[in-house]
Write a protein that binds this ligand. Structure first.
Ligand SMILES: Nc1nc2c(ncn2[C@@H]2O[C@H](COP(=O)(O)OP(=O)(O)OP(=O)(O)O)[C@@H](O)[C@H]2O)c(=O)[nH]1
Ligand SMILES: [Mg+2]
Ligand SMILES: [Zn+2]
Length: 303
């Protein structure tokens, strides 16, 4: 039988088989077979072959993935990969304009992670009800030139962006979407808003200011109008690894576009003369913040 992994706990997984949820352990051999790079042999969104029997059953095999979103596992010395989600068709990067503050580098890192795996990405900038200076629209304009589809939202009852939320829902209904972003930006709140009756746990601002996370496990939620969303725990960092530094430019669509005009084919767009990317930054065709994110990620990869 084939099932869908809905959620992963320390020793077992929640797997949906024929519309019913089973809690199943993994066969030991799955740990032996996993690639040395991966911290865990299974991820939420995986399709699995399972046996269900009188004793409960087990997960026998993880089927090949159509896509994955992967980052370097958090922690200084850990160089293994963490697969955040498997078999997704859309990565929705979520950031708030304030509380917590907008972090362009984190946004760019996740976007680059999606590009690397050739998964479509889009951006939600939320809590616009708290945006006194109109910064959310400025950031959105910039990301639309990259180009990324970008939504500026609020779910605050009195200042809700109802039309834009309908657009977000429309996009999600066609996809299996993983929502990724820092803790406290409002990921679970957004999923609750889109799924009537759902009550995912939401953080309080006091806890968020103390750096406490609310969502502790990734889980899949089916949407009433079609599609699935994966709500994930907030992340502080998103590192890429096992990537040739020269391939990083391909993870930034606008840098890739300009790089064809650089004088050197192996240009890293940092110190080389006649670099079209550097000129495009100087002339304002590429945003400074995007270029800074690129150079910081490049330094990580060259280390
Ligand atoms: N003002 C305002 N607050 C919001 C909005 N969306 C969410 N919040 C608040 O932001 C806080 C955090 O929301 P969560 O949904 O728990 O954030 P999260 O991204 O799921 O956080 P983690 O699970 O820790 O990753 C809550 O207090 C929400 O009420 C919004 O559009 N405007
Ligand atoms: Mg959450
Ligand atoms: Zn260059």
């Amino acid at each position: 039988m084939i099932g869908l992994v809905l959620r992963i706990d320390a020793k077992s997984c929640h797997v949906e088989v024929d519309g019913k949820t089973h809690i199943l352990p993994l066969r030991g051999r799955l740990f032996e077979q996993r690639s040395a790079r991966e911290a865990r042999p299974i991820a939420v969104g995986d399709r699995v072959r399972v046996t269900i029997d009188d004793l409960g059953g087990a997960i026998d095999e993880v089927l090949p993935r159509t896509s994955r979103l992967v980052r370097r596992k958090a922690g200084e010395d850990d160089t293994r990969e963490q697969v955040i989600a498997a078999n997704v068709s859309l990565v929705l990067v979520m950031a708030s304009i304030t509380e917590p503050r907008f972090q362009p580098e984190l946004v760019d890192r996740i976007l680059a992670g999606a590009e690397r795996e050739h998964v479509r990405a889009a951006l939600v900038i939320t809590k616009v009800d708290r945006d006194r200076e109109g910064l959310a629209e400025e950031w959105a304009e910039m990301y639309r030139t990259v180009p990324y589809q970008t939504f500026v939202t609020s779910i605050a009852p009195e200042r809700e962006t109802t039309d834009v939320l309908a657009d977000v829902r429309q996009m999600l209904s066609d996809n299996t979407t993983v929502i990724v972003g820092a803790s406290g930006v409002g990921k679970s709140s957004m999923v609750n808003r889109l799924v009537p009756g759902l009550a995912l746990r939401i953080g309080s601002l006091g806890r968020i200011r103390q750096g406490k996370h609310t969502t502790s496990h990734t889980q899949i939620v089916p949407l009433p109008g079609g599609g699935y969303v994966l709500d994930t725990p907030g992340i502080r960092s998103f590192g890429l690894q096992n990537l040739d530094p020269l391939d990083l430019a391909f993870c930034f669509p606008e840098i890739k576009e300009w790089s064809s005009r650089c004088e050197y084919r192996n240009c890293t767009h940092t110190v080389e003369p006649h670099c079209a990317v550097f000129d495009a930054v100087e002339q304002g065709y590429i945003a400074q913040t995007r270029y800074v994110s690129y150079t910081l990620m490049l330094e990580d990869l060259q280390r």
